[in-house]
Design a protein around this ligand. Structure first.
Ligand code: ATP
Ligand code: MG
Length: 407
């Protein structure tokens, strides 16, 4: 293996990672930081996690450290637990034949770093680094990083045939890193899009969310252009316009907000069903559908109207809804609504039953019989208070409630 070592290429490896590498080296094994952490560090991005690849076999890795977890022994992965955190250490590996377009039937271990790099998906993800030796870059990752290109390691069609998730990963990395996809790789992304049928919903969801919350959510257009969207969201795709894709970056990078914008022209029930099918958590399913539904709310601009809207949408969702509305640019004078909303919030105006100055208990004490009628009375009191917050006192509401109960 030839290593590149230049001043410019120096990577600041965190102390626990340097410790892991030297401990493995001292036991006679090769060991490198590898994959996403090397890519990110070279780009000046903060890596999510530092993965280590080594010539040591799992049992040998375990002998080097006091605390380890058998994360994926069959695939060569041991988690080493240090005081500073946990790190995945994986034996140099060759992936065997892929059976189902996703999982290698078997993996075999190797003592050749090049083989381990060869199994990785993209050139920028296929570099390894050692603080003393320098950079191992067999597939031109450094050049592609410079040129901001996502390029498959080896023959793109073969790599996507092995594992179709890689076509989603290609688009996700293009969005996260703000790279373009090399033309031959991109052509095969489109060719292999139908193979995403073989990939679990959870994995597709994870990639999609990473893409949407990235710095270039507009790269969603690659999913449209390559036919991926036809496979992963056939029902919703016709409702996703370039206008909506362009609006994505106008909401903060939160999954709920970005999904609500993306699906803003879809019927809420259809978006909801799709989110559920694709294994989104209940909070996301509910929130996104709720935001889509209320993005059509007939907003009024005066204070009672805004209070009624906050009450209907529910206060905890209103700020998010405003963000979505702003990105969608559907209604005029959102600034005005927002100013009124700020005033209503600052005044602490009552916008929920909970904030009403009287409770069900108060009404019972005042002699009103419990039951469904009482709920209606409370709702009517709330309606009045939404109209005029100064009515929200026990002195005014109790007599009003008694009157209502007699009708
Ligand atoms: P991030 O953690 O920022 O999402 P990453 O590059 O670290 O990005 P991971 O999914 O954590 O991505 O994978 C770590 C490394 O493992 C990758 O950089 C790549 O070398 C390799 N890898 C991961 N998934 C695949 C795959 N499906 N096919 C081939 N190699 C893969
Ligand atoms: Mg990672």
């Amino acid at each position: 293996m030839r290593y590149v070592r230049t001043e410019k290429l120096h990577i600041d490896v965190p102390a626990p990672v340097a410790f892991l590498l030297s401990r493995l080296n001292a036991a006679g094994y090769e060991a490198f930081a590898v994959g996403g952490c090397v890519r990110d560090a070279m780009m000046g991005r903060e890596p999510n996690d530092w993965d280590i690849t080594t010539s040591a076999l799992p049992a040998q890795i375990k002998k080097c450290f006091r605390r380890t977890i058998d994360t994926g022994i069959k695939h060569g992965t041991v988690t080493v637990v240090l005081r500073e955190g946990s790190f995945e250490v994986t034996t140099y590996r060759i992936d065997g034949v892929y059976e189902d377009g996703r999982h290698p039937k078997e993996v075999s271990f190797t003592d050749d770093l090049t083989e381990d790099l060869r199994r990785r998906d993209f050139t920028v993800n296929a570099m390894a680094y050692h603080p003393d030796l320098g950079l191992a870059d067999v597939f031109g990752g450094r050049e592609d990083l410079q040129a901001k290109i996502i390029r498959a390691v080896g023959v793109p069609a073969e790599r996507f045939e092995e594992d179709a998730l890689r076509i989603m990963r290609a688009v996700r990395f293009a969005a996260q890193l703000d790279f373009s996809i090399e033309p031959a790789t991109l052509a095969e992304v489109a060719n292999f899009a139908p193979r995403l049928e073989m990939i679990s919903r959870e994995r597709i969801q994870t990639e999609l969310v990473k893409l949407l919350v990235s710095g270039r959510p507009d790269r969603f257009s690659l999913l449209m252009d390559t036919g991926i969207a036809d496979v992963i969201m056939p029902g919703l795709k016709p409702r996703i316009s370039t206008r909506l894709i362009g609006a994505l970056e106008r909401v903060p990078a939160h999954p709920h907000l970005r999904l609500a914008v993306l699906f803003a022209d879809c019927p809420p029930e259809e978006a909801e069903a799709w989110l559920r099918e694709n294994k989104f958590d209940n909070d996301t399913v509910f929130t996104v559908a709720h935001l889509i539904r209320y993005s059509f709310f007939p907003f009024e601009h005066d204070a009672p109207g805004v209070r009624r809207a906050v009450c209907a949408v529910r206060p905890e969702y209103f700020p998010s809804l405003l963000k979505v509305m702003r990105a969608l640019d559907r209604i005029p004078d959102l600034d005005g609504i927002e100013a009124v909303y700020d005033a209503v919030t600052a005044a602490g105006d009552c916008v929920t039953l909970k904030q009403l100055a009287v409770t069900g208990g108060d009404l019972i004490k005042a002699g009103i019989r419990p039951g469904p009628g009482m709920g209606q009375i409370l709702q009517q009191l709330l309606d009045r208070v939404l109209e005029d917050p100064s009515l929200n006192t026990k002195e005014q509401l109790l007599p009003a409630a008694v009157l209502l109960s007699k009708n």
